[in-house]
Design a protein. Structure first.
Ligand code: ATP
Ligand code: LTN
Length: 333
């Protein structure tokens, strides 16, 4: 055999806790697709993370399958990357327990997402919500991932993952690859159309564009997008957060630079600009929506993808888990 260089690994996942959004597409999935040719990629539907807040079981099951269809429709190719459902690989829960014993209470208490979610779900702050980042660390470290393509909001969790890995390696010797967050230049933090001070998020349907939204719905949301009382289409995050967000979306959708976009709309008001951004997003999403709808009609195919994905994922994950179990002193099974 010739000397083949081992491809670098990628791991990422999204919770099936709601519909995929334009934010998750621009912040994460777009990069997943771009990286699949050059790297060995593992992409997950993290249903175990989703139950850290209360879910309706029938909806959760349906959304996990829809999310797989949408992953493929976005351009992820099951021949090139591993696509699977987190709960189908028991190694995630097993490693998560072990890593939890190498994570400090204080570290988890500082996680911004925990602070936000425990405010949103004040009546149900579970241990699972608190230890969420440990399960995420297990996801990433099981596959020895070098890069983790996510939006800006997940940087803190990837950094914690690195700290846990480093601590474990320090005690037991080289065990885990130290992962790095891979965050896009344009679209790392898409803001809500209704409230551009907040991140676009599936928990706020009006300010949020969903991948599966019909064109008329997308156009309506963009026409209503909050801007300011000036006229100029200029990027200025501080003073013009709404317009700056729309410009970012426009550039991420069309591949144009901010300068090109500003020049294109120079002298034109928001009445021209907002529908143009809507149109760009509609055209970006159209083929994805249509293909996802078609795939949803082919349950047998989707099942074959996630079954095959789970087998391949388990094989990779088990290698790491066995090594870790041996290192911490468990008796071999
Ligand atoms: P929730 O409303 O439950 O917080 P969410 O809409 O923020 O969910 P996630 O499922 O948490 O979406 O995120 C999936 C991936 O997409 C993550 O990598 C995340 O960083 C990225 N992402 C989510 N929202 C945005 C956004 N508005 N801009 C850029 N990236 C985003
Ligand atoms: N916390 C992430 C989802 C997630 C993830 C992962 C992302 C769970 N495990 C591993 C990257 C790698 C979020 O979207 N909120």
């Amino acid at each position: 055999m010739e000397n083949q260089v081992q491809k670098k690994r990628i791991f990422s996942g999204i919770q099936p806790s709601g519909e995929l959004t334009l934010g998750s597409y621009m912040g994460a999935i777009k990069n997943w697709v771009a990286l699949q040719d050059e790297y060995e990629c593992v992409y997950c539907i993290v249903d175990m993370h989703a139950i850290t807040v209360r879910q309706n079981p029938a909806d959760l099951r349906r959304r996990a399958l829809e999310q797989l269809a949408q992953y493929i429709a976005c351009g992820l190719d099951p021949q090139k990357c591993i696509l699977f459902i987190q709960s189908h690989a028991p190694q995630h829960a097993e490693l998560s327990w072990i890593l939890g014993c190498y994570t400090q209470f204080g570290e988890l208490s500082r996680m911004t997402q925990f602070k936000q979610k425990s405010q949103q779900h004040a009546d149900n702050i579970t241990a699972g919500l608190f230890t969420y980042p440990v399960l995420m660390a297990a996801d990433i470290l099981l596959y020895q991932a070098d890069l983790v393509p996510v939006g800006e909001d997940q940087r803190q969790h990837v950094e914690l993952t690195r700290d846990i890995a480093q601590r474990f390696n320090g005690v037991y010797g080289e065990t885990f690859v130290l992962p790095e967050a891979f965050i896009p230049k344009m679209g790392a933090r898409v803001m809500s159309l209704g409230n551009p001070e907040n991140k676009m998020s599936k928990s706020d349907p009006e300010g949020c564009v969903f991948i599966m939204d019909q064109p008329e719905v997308i156009q309506r949301k963009f026409k209503r997008a909050v801007t300011d009382s000036e006229m100029a289409v200029k990027f200025d995050k501080e003073n013009k957060p709404g317009v700056s967000n729309l410009l970012t979306i426009y550039c991420a959708a069309t591949g144009k630079t901010l300068e090109e976009a500003e020049a294109e709309f120079a002298g034109q008001g928001y009445g021209v600009f907002k529908p143009a951004v809507g149109e760009a997003v509609i055209e970006l999403m159209r083929p994805i929506r249509e293909e996802a709808q078609r795939l949803m009609g082919d349950k047998a195919y989707l099942e074959s993808v996630y079954r095959d994905g789970a087998q391949r994922a388990q094989r990779m994950a088990q290698k790491t888990l066995s090594k870790v179990q041996r290192k911490v002193g468990f008796v071999a099974r």
